[in-house]
Design a protein around this ligand. Structure first.
Ligand code: FAD
Length: 427
């Protein structure tokens, strides 16, 4: 006799909220009770340090979701392991009709979902995925030849045109309470294999949006939204944020469009994860000097803005965008170090780490990307500091009074060396 309860599952991944969540809303509309599930995916978390701040952020977000679910007479089922195995395990207790989830465009996630979907199919369980973390996904914004855009401005224009045609009211109010009545035990952070990080993710702040274009380039002002981790893990809805952006500040909207631009790049050109977008830069002979790289990581290059940025990131898991551009350019050009080293270091440290944006921006800085800074435009870190932190407010904040570090390279010869290396590669 089969007495397993017939249910649907909603699998939370990068969408840790109950409100305006496309996949969850679809699951709740179906007639079967919905089991809300989160999996600490061992394939993703196994390389992280035990005090990783992103895990603490995810954990707190899950606790908040669980609290809301408890009020609805339900609870979050939290598991740790390999997703396929977790679904095998759940299928022993329930008869799962369909697993609902929101789409993720990173190569690992696409492969994982394909595997899980075919495994479920063998069990007679469906797998439905939805667009949730972007306004436009995959191949929704294409050029007149039906191909993915590789130039940002054209992509942005088409995005804005299409946005005005599709804009819909947000799904409002509380989610329909069709959750399974359950009381799963919510694990401690320790049981997930992690400990609380000393680094706290700053709460996002939308009050800067009106004047975003005036202040966003000045790191001392700290007047950007800090939405990164919230968008990354979906604790806020991009539809809500995009609506505010469209109403209040077009420059800010443009930044959200950069995020989607790089997501469609990684989806349509997954090779960029390991390769230069432009193969003609494959012949650059990087110096990859290890001791210089370590100095860069620690913020000991002797260039105030570079060192302040790296120290800000090491201490807080965040670095201002203007400074990210300068430190990335410095690593690739002044130190002639392969962008992949810098990208990996950022991936380890940034609370808002996002594969597509990190990769896209690093390739932009290195000049190897789809719509990259031309290789011969090399930021002078001292001029950048004079322009964007002229009173040394930002650098003093992170370097302190006793900062005295010799410069590891001189700007002019390092610049010349970079130009030579790029020119030779292009010959
Ligand atoms: P705001 O300035 O308030 O912007 C709001 C949101 O728009 C951001 O949270 C982000 O989702 C998006 N956004 C803004 N600028 C960009 C951009 N240039 N590219 C893509 N999306 C953008 N952003 C990440 O989200 N994850 C990364 O791993 C990441 N790595 C970067 C690496 C380098 C070398 C550089 C130069 C930039 C990187 N960025 C990355 C982009 C940008 O620096 C951050 O999104 C921004 O600084 C985060 O601060 P905020 O949340 O206050 O952003």
């Amino acid at each position: 006799m089969n007495d397993k309860q017939l249910i649907n599952v909603f699998w939370f991944r990068r969408d840790l909220r109950l409100y305006d969540n496309t996949g969850l809303d679809a699951a709740l509309k179906d007639h079967l009770p919905v089991l809300p599930l989160f999996i600490f995916d061992e394939n993703i978390i196994s390389d992280l340090t035990v005090t990783d701040a992103r895990i603490s952020f995810i954990y707190d977000s899950l606790a908040a979701v669980n609290k809301e679910l408890t009020k609805l007479g339900s609870s979050l089922c939290v598991k740790k392991g390999e997703p396929g195995e977790i679904f095998e395990e759940l299928s022993e207790s329930y008869k799962i009709q369909t697993v609902f989830a929101n789409r993720d465009y990173e190569p690992y996630a696409i492969e994982r979902d394909q595997k899980v979907s075919s495994l479920l199919k063998k069990k007679g369980t469906g797998f439905l995925s939805f667009k949730d973390q972007v306004i436009f996904e995959e191949k929704e914004i294409l050029n007149s030849e039906g191909k993915a855009f590789t130039v940002f401005t054209s992509y942005k224009n088409r995005w804005i045109e299409k946005y005005s045609q599709v804009i819909k009211p947000l799904s409002s109010g509380r989610p329909r309470n069709n959750f399974i009545k359950s009381s799963f035990r919510f694990p401690s952070l320790k049981e997930t294999g992690f400990e609380k990080s000393d680094i706290r993710v700053k709460k996002y702040d939308l009050s800067c949006i009106e004047d975003y274009d005036k202040f966003r380039d000045y790191p001392a002002e700290d007047k950007t939204t800090r939405l990164g981790p919230y968008l990354r893990f979906g604790t806020v809805s991009i539809r809500y944020i995009a609506q505010i952006a469209a109403e209040r500040n077009r420059v800010f909207l443009g930044e959200l469009i950069w995020r989607e631009f790089f997501m469609q790049i990684i989806y349509n050109f997954p090779g960029v994860v390991t390769n230069n977008f432009r193969a003609r830069y494959n012949n650059i002979i990087w110096r990859n000097n290890e001791s210089e790289f370590l100095k860069w990581c620690k913020g000991e290059t002797g260039y105030r803005l570079v060192d302040a940025g790296m120290r800000q990131m090491n201490e807080t898991g965040y670095m201002h965008n203007r400074v990210r551009m300068v430190v990335a350019s410095f690593l690739c050009k002044h130190l002639l170090t392969d962008w992949r080293f810098g990208e990996a270091y950022f991936a380890e440290k940034l609370n808002d780490y996002e594969l597509s944006s990190n990769n896209g921006n690093w390739q932009w800085a290195a000049g190897t990307g789809c719509d990259a800074a031309p290789y011969f435009r090399i930021f002078n870190p001292e001029i950048q500091a004079m322009k964007f932190d002229k009173d040394d407010v930002y650098t003093s904040r992170w370097l302190g009074a006793g900062y005295k570090v010799p410069q590891i390279v001189d700007h002019a010869p390092a610049r010349e060396r970079a130009l030579q290396a790029y020119r030779s590669a292009l010959q």
